[in-house]
Design a protein around this ligand. Sequence first.
Ligand SMILES: Nc1ncnc2c1ncn2[C@@H]1O[C@H](COP(=O)(O)OP(=O)(O)OP(=O)(O)O)[C@@H](O)[C@H]1O
Ligand SMILES: [Mg+2]
Length: 147
Amino acid sequence: MEIVNEVNLTIWSKSSNESYARVAVSSFFTQLDPTVDEITDIKTAVSEAVTNCIVHAYRNTVGKIYITARITADRYAYIKIRDKGCGISDVKQAMEPMFTTAPDEERAGLGFAVMQTFMDKVKVTSAPGKGTTIVMTKKIRPRRNNG
Ligand SMILES: Nc1ncnc2c1ncn2[C@@H]1O[C@H](COP(=O)(O)OP(=O)(O)OP(=O)(O)O)[C@@H](O)[C@H]1O
Ligand SMILES: [Mg+2]
């Protein structure tokens, strides 16, 4: 689909940058005139994906997280979040609700489930030792201005 706008952000995997990424990405999509609920959904999904890069991909280290946010002509919010961290050996298993490799750190294993709940589509590709890419999309429907 035709891309009508795009921003790219590169952030360090520090927990202090998680709220920045969440707000920066969601505010980019305000030009689609989303509802408060739609923006909240996007914020929540971005927060989970970025947190995973911080706590899993770059565990005990700091690396770069590459974020692309795009708007398509048919009003899709497209978000790509990529890291060059440890990667995931079994993506299918990692995406199962309540699967976590960090139970001692009070992780619930629900991050991917949350992303899937709040976005229309979530695609994960990963290579152990090379990194992980998450692509998420959500259609933002036009709405009547009832103001
Ligand atoms: N970017 C990533 N790099 C490497 N491993 C990842 C990445 N994202 C997720 N994982 C792996 O997938 C598992 C499941 O991720 P998910 O976000 O669903 O749960 P969690 O992060 O363990 O817990 P929660 O998100 O509920 O705090 C993680 O425990 C981790 O092993
Ligand atoms: Mg998580």
